[in-house]
Design a protein around this ligand. Structure first.
Ligand code: IPE
Ligand code: IPE
Ligand code: MG
Length: 236
C-alpha cells in the first residue's frame, strides 16, 4: 500500500454535527476531540509519519466569546490530561500557530505537551492552534529577512530551504482531508499544500472515524501524482 507520509486534516463540521442532534456547538467540539485522539493513533498504525490537524484558526476568534472560551478550555484540559495514550504510542506533539492572543494557561499547556513528548520518535502530531497559513508564511518571511540582514547569502536559496523558517520543519503534505462538506482550504498550511492530493467528504468531523480515514487512504493510493512531470510511459 502506498501510504502518505504527511496527512493534514481540516477538522470541520463539529457545530453542525451538534446542531443536527439538538445539542449545543460545544458538544460537537468535545466529540471531535475524542475523534482526534483515536485518529492520531490510527493514522500512525497505518504508517503515516506526520499528521497535521486544524484545531483553531486565527479567524475563529471572530466567534462568540463563549465558544472561543470553550475551545481554549478544551485544549488545556486535553493537553494536561487526555494525551497519555498519544504519548504512550510514542507520538511527538508539536503546536503550530501564534502565541499572541492566547491565555497564559493555554500557552503553558502547549509548552507542557511539547516538552513532555519532545523525545518521542514514532510519529508527529502537529496541532494547528491559533493558526493561519498566510500568517505562517509572513512570520517565516520575517525570520528569513532577519537572517539576511545578519549576513545569510540567499543566492542559491530554494523553495525547500523555506521549510525551516515555518513554525516546524515538517515535510510537504501528501494528502489533505477536509470533513464537513466545504470545498475550501480556509487559510490552512498554504506553503506545505503545494502538491497535495485533496479529499473532501460531507461527513462531519465527530463521525470521521477509522473506516472513513481508510477510505481517504484508499483514494490516495489510486491517485497519479505527477509533480509537473509525466508518469505514463506510453504517452512519451
Ligand atoms: C470545526 O468545526 C472546528 C473549529 C473550527 C474549531 P466548526 O465549529 O467550524 O463546525 P461547523 O462548520 O460550524 O459545523
Ligand atoms: C476551518 O474551519 C478551521 C478549523 C477547522 C479549525 P472554519 O469552519 O473556521 O472555516 P470556514 O469559516 O468555513 O471557512
Ligand atoms: Mg466550520
Amino acid at each position: 500500500m502506498k501510504v502518505p507520509n504527511h496527512v493534514a486534516i481540516i477538522m470541520d463540521g463539529n457545530g453542525r454535527w451538534a446542531k443536527e442532534r439538538g445539542m449545543v456547538r460545544s458538544e460537537g467540539h468535545l466529540e471531535g476531540s475524542k475523534t482526534l485522539e483515536k485518529l492520531a493513533i490510527h493514522a500512525m498504525d497505518m504508517g503515516v509519519k506526520v499528521l497535521s490537524v486544524y484545531a483553531f484558526s486565527t479567524d475563529n476568534f471572530k466567534r462568540d466569546k463563549q465558544e472561543v472560551d470553550y475551545l481554549m478550555n478544551l485544549i488545556v484540559k486535553y493537553f494536561n490530561t487526555k494525551f497519555e495514550k498519544i504519548n504512550k504510542r510514542g507520538i511527538k506533539v508539536v503546536i503550530s500557530g501564534r502565541k499572541e492572543n492566547l491565555r497564559r494557561d493555554v500557552i503553558e499547556a502547549i509548552n507542557n505537551i511539547q516538552e513532555k513528548t519532545k523525545d518521542n520518535k514514532e510519529g508527529i502530531l502537529n496541532i494547528c492552534f491559533n493558526y493561519g497559513g498566510q500568517e505562517e508564511i509572513v512570520d517565516a518571511a520575517i525570520k528569513l529577512a532577519t537572517d539576511i540582514k545578519e549576513g545569510l547569502n540567499v543566492t542559491n536559496f530554494k523553495r525547500e530551504d523555506f521549510y525551516k523558517y515555518l513554525y516546524h520543519d515538517l515535510p510537504p503534505i501528501d494528502l489533505l482531508i477536509r470533513t464537513g462538506g466545504e470545498l475550501r482550504v480556509s487559510n490552512f498550511m498554504l506553503y506545505q499544500l503545494s502538491y497535495s492530493e485533496f479529499y473532501f467528504t460531507n461527513t462531519y468531523f465527530p463521525d470521521f472515524g477509522k473506516s472513513e480515514f481508510n477510505k481517504a487512504l484508499f483514494m490516495y493510493e489510486n491517485r497519479d501524482r505527477r509533480f509537473g512531470g509525466i508518469n505514463d510511459k506510453e504517452s512519451k
